[in-house]
Ligand binder design. Structure first.
Ligand code: ATP
Ligand code: MG
Length: 201
């Protein structure tokens, strides 16, 4: 094989790709915050969301987490992020459904943590807000999706929002800018592997 020719071909292909990328970059001119929605039944939604939060905090940006927890696991992300400068962290006061089995109490806890989110969604100094596992609140009708969607849409222009949860909620799909479905291909749990501290929670 002629190595020079292959290099030339490679160069031409890279040049073409560079031109395409440059033209796409040049055509993206809008500066505004986005709503990122991560749903699906595979593992990786909260991990991705907290990774993006770490990325923002790493740039000195100001963030908030509103976490609607399942069960009573004390997660590593709470230990790691709570108390960090530039971050406001609120966790729903109860694990829900299969732990509390008390609908009224769950609704009260959901409303309480949502109340914390309201002023944050009006504060333009907050760059990024993560609503972790919020879709369950809509699935069980603990919070009104219309009310939440309205507040998200009315947020400050530069503010970014990440929503996670297993369910694809139509009202959220309608308002989100970036949507990724995390699809389960395989999960160790199905092979009987116990949930691990640091991996699962
Ligand atoms: P992670 O927090 O690990 O990114 P996730 O946010 O995508 O997961 P959740 O629905 O919030 O997924 O579930 C959280 C926990 O459930 C994690 O411990 C995760 O490993 C586990 N899990 C996620 N998907 C599955 C699955 N398909 N089967 C069994 N357990 C799962
Ligand atoms: Mg999650």
């Amino acid at each position: 094989m002629n190595k020079d020719l292959s290099n030339a071909e490679h160069k031409a292909a890279m040049q073409k790709q560079q031109d395409e990328v440059r033209s796409k970059v040049a055509s993206a001119r809008i500066r505004r915050g986005v709503i990122i929605y991560l749903y699906g039944n595979g593992k990786g939604k909260s991990s991705s969301a907290f990774g993006t939060l770490a990325r923002s905090l790493g740039h000195g940006k100001k963030g908030a987490v509103i976490q609607f927890i399942k069960g009573k696991w004390k997660t590593g992300e709470v230990n790691f992020f709570k108390g960090m400068p530039n971050l406001d962290y609120h966790v729903m006061g109860t694990g829900f459904t299969w732990d509390t089995q008390d609908r009224e109490k769950d609704i009260e806890a959901a409303e309480q943590v949502w109340e914390k989110a309201i002023p944050i969604l009006k504060d333009s100094s907050v760059d990024i807000i993560l609503f972790d596992e919020i879709t369950y609140m809509f699935k069980y009708n603990y919070l009104s999706v219309e009310k939440v969607a309205e507040a998200l849409v009315a947020r400050p222009e530069k503010q970014n929002v990440i929503i996670t949860g297993r369910d694809a909620i139509p009202e959220l799909i309608e308002i989100a800018d970036t949507i990724s479905e995390v699809k389960e291909i395989r999960h160790a749990f199905k092979q009987g592997v116990k949930a691990q501290k640091g991996i699962e929670f």
